[in-house]
Design a protein around this ligand. Structure first.
Ligand SMILES: [Zn+2]
Length: 347
């Protein structure tokens, strides 16, 4: 089954805008993208009156605290689940690859690695199994090997000193060594004064949230920009208000970007009143508070370009988000793995 989507304009990725565009999908992948005049025929046609772009990827979600079907209908075609019970999330991640699955593509880390009694053990949002309490460096190696064999896409560490004990420096080093030995990146929940510095020192690859506990030093920001990226999750700090935590996180992120650091979009879906699907307020914060251009925001929100051979995960908007990012809230089409999930009638 092949599908052709025509649109007045398509954003394929940074710097690549095509007018009078067509995308043709075959199976779950893109077979053609470019001017509609040169597009091959297809079994079905969708005519979008708007702006076509890659589906949105949320790099920080707890997808089972939401409705995966609603996440996809809201324009998010891929999520990275950053802590859940392994017996539930890894089978779901496998199932999400099947054409019959009605949610986004799910990538998962499994449980958050923490110290005995550390965050998020006993936290309201986290069912038993969401945290894995480490028993030393040997155990760290064993746990990382086990998660890798289950299909973990990254390893998540809890460095939340405000909520309890955290793994030791030796355990952090063991986690990073074991993960990097398997080409897995390590992402960290960092909370409390001094924890960001520990993360950078240990060779951790990503902050799972924009750091908000303290103003990071220039030296630390520079070191982090070289070796780490940041998942934004700004709106969970305030849910539309302006709070000291949001101000601090934004200040750190602006400085991080000024020295070349990379920020990607993530919402922490499942914690607090974050809507399933595209979270327009998070996108606006990246633009207005972090001073990313609309195209930089779209780049941060997507996982790759529309190109031949790429997954056929696309969305259509009613207007041009490069002009007005609010248009991200005017969703007209969702295609996942070459299947029209919602949108104009297929002909
Ligand atoms: Zn989270």
């Amino acid at each position: 089954m092949t599908l052709k989507i025509r649109a007045p304009v398509a954003w394929l990725g940074p710097g690549e805008l095509v007018k009078h565009a067509a995308v043709v999908t075959e199976g779950g992948t893109i077979a053609y993208v470019g001017p509609r005049a040169a597009a091959p025929p297809a079994d079905e046609l969708v005519e979008l009156d708007g702006f076509l772009m890659p589906g949105v990827a949320d790099r920080h979600a707890h997808v089972l605290l939401a409705d995966p079907g609603a996440v996809l209908l809201g324009g998010v075609t891929a999520v990275r689940d950053l802590a859940w019970v392994p017996e539930e999330i890894f089978p779901l991640a496998d199932a999400s690859e099947l054409p019959s699955y009605t949610g986004p593509l799910i990538r998962a880390v499994g449980p958050m690695l923490t110290a005995p009694g550390g965050y998020p053990t006993g936290d309201d949002w986290a069912p038993p199994g969401t945290a894995r309490e480490l028993q030393g460096t040997e155990d760290a190696h064993v746990v990382v090997a086990e998660l890798a064999s289950l299909g973990a896409t990254a390893i998540k560490v809890s460095l939340n000193a405000e909520a309890g004990p955290t793994p030791s420096d030796a355990e952090l080093a063991a986690i990073v060594e074991a993960a990097h030995g398997r080409d897995l990146l390590v992402t960290a929940h960092v909370e409390g004064v001094g924890q960001a510095e520990r993360a950078v020192g240990a060779g951790i690859d990503e902050f799972a949230h924009a750091p908000w506990s303290e103003r990071l030093s220039d030296a630390l920001i520079t070191a982090a920009a070289l070796s780490m990226r940041v998942v934004s999750t700004l709106d969970i700090l305030s849910y539309g208000e302006v709070t000291p935590e949001l101000r601090m996180a934004c200040e750190n992120l602006v400085r991080f970007r000024a020295v070349g650091g990379t920020v990607v979009y993530g919402t922490d879906l499942g914690n607090g009143p974050i809507p399933p699907g595209i979270h327009v307020r998070e996108a606006l914060l990246l633009h207005e508070a972090i001073r990313m251009t609309p195209e930089e925001v779209l780049t941060a929100m997507t996982a790759g370009r529309l190109a031949k051979g790429a997954p056929a995960d696309l969305i259509g908007l009613g207007g041009d988000p490069l002009e007005r990012l609010e248009t991200l809230g005017d969703l007209r089409l969702v295609v996942r793995a070459g299947r029209v999930v919602s949108g104009p009638r297929v002909r």
